[in-house]
Design a protein around this ligand. Structure first.
Ligand SMILES: Nc1ncnc2c1ncn2[C@@H]1O[C@H](COP(=O)(O)OP(=O)(O)OP(=O)(O)O)[C@@H](O)[C@H]1O
Ligand SMILES: [Mg+2]
Length: 726
């Protein structure tokens, strides 16, 4: 229903006149239907209305948006809101419009007509608009800045609100290079109060945000990070027979509730969503590998409660505003406490009891250590800034591991990681460790035994990833950060094209400033995708259906798998294996599983398999190859009439040992010879290295990608590890 603008007009006083609390509460009730301000909302609103800068740290779901929405209604003129995501802007603008509040957003996704209507209004000298949401990229363009300057000169710019302000800090978990450009706002638009809002900023990030934005004598408002309505729990994958079944039962036992399950990889999302669906949970997978149309329909179905659970990567991120999320589950350990807090904080925004459940697995931990450690090793040659960033990533992750591996109150650990000292009694048995400390201690004991049993060296944090893989292997993408920055892509492209002052070349600019792991991984992801795109001749690409899995693509996929096996030769040498056949088998498996679902699913599965090969041990590889074969044809006893890869485990020297025995078995060419041929003869498709990719950004010039690198992470779903150690 459209609301009359009358209350706004009534309280608009002369410039310096203080707007009283009553009038503000009236606005709150009239426009938003809330009876009272929450937490520090009123203080923030009064500060910015009086012209003072404000730094506002409120927990997720704390109601930060109202801190700039109410000021926008209290004064004629415009409140500019900087937001990191188009989806976030769209949601808020839609919700405000539904309340009859004049709000718009400017982004590359809008038509020229819509944009010029907005510009017309804000340049009219008497804008009807109250809230204008923009991306940080747009702010950096000279065109938009000159419009802002004009509005400013006419005293029509009341406030600049910077939402998710932690994105400005390289120390924050969601650093966005484009946010750095906001540091010029203070000088360019003097006298306009700045309001920085965030839910997740450790003390160092808080300081960095305030300094970067040059906040002048800001009112610093910090609410506790505590989310008392969320119950925290960790479950241990290594102690379970089947974590999929455990999660499924958990979700079903809570009835028809709304939930989010976060996974590290796209393929896990697809697998898990399909498993849950089969077992009666209405759910959908959501990740950056799906096209935007599909993504928004999945989001719509979830928002409108048609879908109960979304199984997602971190692409399902900021701006997801459904109040009644009852469960947020992490199926893989997140990379930092900040990420965990932000994601788990999507539960219970209506303040009702909700749950955070994290499935911790030692393999998951090692995988994460590997990627962070590899980044560190690679960066050791680079600047000290890069080293610092890597060290910080590892330290951040350490907190997450401690959250899972130590006994003691989970809530306390979360709060302490944000610099809050609280007594354990604060929790009031709202985490598993406080509710049932003996059980948690027992699980941790079992975990130690299980790890020892499985020959994991120890639970001591951060094994040297250099022992696992050489640094070549960094080039395989690891999707977690790409997923998050996939959203950044959504906002950046066209806006950056407008950028007259800003850098012409995103990659060039980033190579200078963005030493963060996130950016590197994002670029590597793009390199990966570019590799697949560029592998086909241009004309062919245009001709084929975008979603079509061509023979050429399949062949490239097979070659990629083959290449990975060869790069892991040393590790796999303990096997006697026909690499060519093995690659074909694995490619077939990917195609069989996801061929019908489309190219992105197929490529995602393929990439996951590549990662898996690079980390799997010989036994795992044997198992997988064997399970991929047709019934009755065992790879362990492969004969010449079986066109499947011939493999045996490392201990298999006694079973099938050397060339002679293979000759005896009737195989025309020994696996060892096949291996040699593969090394000598196979022309492998080039996979761009990180630097090659950056240097070859010209889309017409992708042919000089020469070097070849290798994936770092491993598939989480290792059936062998589900050992319950009683
Ligand atoms: N004073 C209030 N009374 C009741 N509900 C409120 C109040 N202020 C905000 N809310 C509600 O709380 C929910 C969360 O608000 P909002 O999206 O502004 O949170 P946030 O702090 O920006 O969270 P996030 O960090 O996740 O972005 C919204 O649904 C909003 O309507
Ligand atoms: Mg918000």
């Amino acid at each position: 229903m459209k609301k009359s603008p009358l209350p706004v007009q009534n309280i608009c006083g002369p410039e310096k006149q203080k707007i009283g609390k009553e009038a503000l509460v009236k606005l709150l009730r009239w426009h938003f239907g809330h009876s009272e301000f929450r937490g520090k909302q009123l203080e923030a609103i009064e500060a910015v209305l009086s012209g003072r800068d404000c730094f506002c740290l409120m927990p997720t779901g704390g109601g930060k948006s109202l801190c700039y929405q109410i000021p926008a209604l209290a004064k004629t003129g415009i409140v500019l809101v900087v937001s990191p995501l188009i989806a976030l802007m769209e949601n808020q603008v839609m919700a405000l419009k539904a309340k009859g509040i004049a709000a718009e957003y400017l982004s590359s996704t809008q038509t020229a007509q819509v944009k010029s209507k907005i510009y017309e209004d804000i340049e009219s000298g008497k804008p009807s608009l109250r809230l204008l949401y923009v991306t940080p990229e747009l702010i950096a363009t000279s065109g938009f800045m000159s419009k802002l300057t004009k509005i400013h000169a006419r005293a029509l710019l009341n406030l600049i609100a910077i939402d998710e302000a932690h994105c400005i800090s390289t120390w924050g978990h969601d650093f966005r290079p484009s946010y750095r450009k906001l540091s010029s706002l203070r000088n360019r638009l003097p006298g306009i109060p700045l309001l920085a809002l965030t839910a997740t900023a450790v003390p160092k990030v808080q300081k960095d945000v305030m300094e970067s934005l040059s906040l002048h004598n800001p009112l610093v408002l910090k609410s506790s990070f505590n989310r008392p309505n969320i119950y925290y729990e960790v479950r241990y994958k290594d102690l379970m027979d089947d974590p999929y079944a455990d999660l499924c039962n958990f979700l079903k036992s809570h009835g028809d509730i709304c939930g989010i399950v976060y996974c590290l990889e796209r393929t896990t999302c697809d697998d898990l969503a399909s498993h849950l669906s089969k077992h009666g949970v209405t759910c959908a997978a959501y990740h950056a590998g799906l096209n935007s149309k599909l993504r928004s329909s999945i989001l719509d179905d979830w928002i409108s409660a048609k879908t109960q659970v979304v199984v997602a990567t971190v692409a399902f991120g900021m701006g997801i505003d459904r109040k009644d999320v009852r469960i947020v589950c992490h199926f893989n350990i997140p990379k930092s406490m900040e990420a965990f807090y932000q994601e788990s904080g999507r539960a219970g925004r209506d303040q009702l009891p909700s749950r955070s459940l994290l499935y911790y697995g030692v393999d998951d931990r090692k995988r994460m250590e590997f990627i962070l450690g590899t980044a560190k090793n690679n960066k050791s040659q680079s600047s000290s800034l890069q080293d610092d960033t890597s060290k910080k990533s590892l330290a951040d992750f350490r907190q997450m591991v401690e959250y899972c591996e130590n006994s003691g109150c989970r809530r306390k650990k979360i709060l302490e990681s944000f610099g809050e000292q609280v007594p354990a009694s604060l929790c009031g048995k709202t985490c598993d460790a406080c509710k049932d400390p003996h059980l948690v201690s027992k699980y941790l004991g079992e975990l130690t035994s299980a790890c020892t049993f499985r020959n994991h060296s120890s639970r001591i944090f951060i094994s040297s990833s250099a022992n696992l893989h050489d640094e070549e292997q960094i080039s395989e993408f690891w999707s977690r950060d790409e997923e998050a920055s996939g959203s950044e892509e959504d906002i950046s492209d066209a806006d950056e094209n407008l950028d007259v002052d800003g850098p012409k070349n995103m990659f060039e600019s980033r190579s200078v400033t963005n030493s963060s792991l996130n950016d590197r991984i994002e670029l590597l992801q793009r390199a990966e995708e570019s590799y697949y795109r560029n592998d086909l001749p241009d004309k062919q690409v245009h001709k084929i259906d975008k979603n079509n899995i061509t023979e050429a693509l399949r062949e490239a996929g097979k070659q990629r798998l083959l290449n990975t096996m060869k790069q892991n030769q040393q590790k796999l040498d303990v096997l006697r294996i026909d690499y060519e056949e093995s690659a074909r088998t694995l490619e077939n498996e990917c195609h069989k599983k996801y061929g019908k679902s489309g190219k992105s699913f197929y490529l995602s599965q393929l990439a996951s398999t590549v990662r898996w090969i690079s980390t799997a041990n010989s036994e795992e590889l044997v198992n997988r190859l064997n399970s991929s074969q047709s019934p009755g044809c065992s790879a362990m006893t492969a004969k010449s009439d079986c066109s499947l890869p011939s493999v045996s485990p490392s201990g298999g020297k006694s079973m099938v040992t050397d060339d002679e025995k293979l000759h005896d078995s009737g195989v025309s060419e020994t696996p060892l010879r096949a291996l040699q041929h593969a090394s000598e003869d196979t022309k492998l498709p080039p996979i761009p290295s990180f630097s090659d990719f950056i240097n070859s950004r010209n889309p017409n010039d992708n042919k000089n990608l020469k070097s070849r690198k290798q994936p770092p992470s491993r598939d989480h779903k290792n059936p062998d590890k589900r050992v319950r150690n009683q």
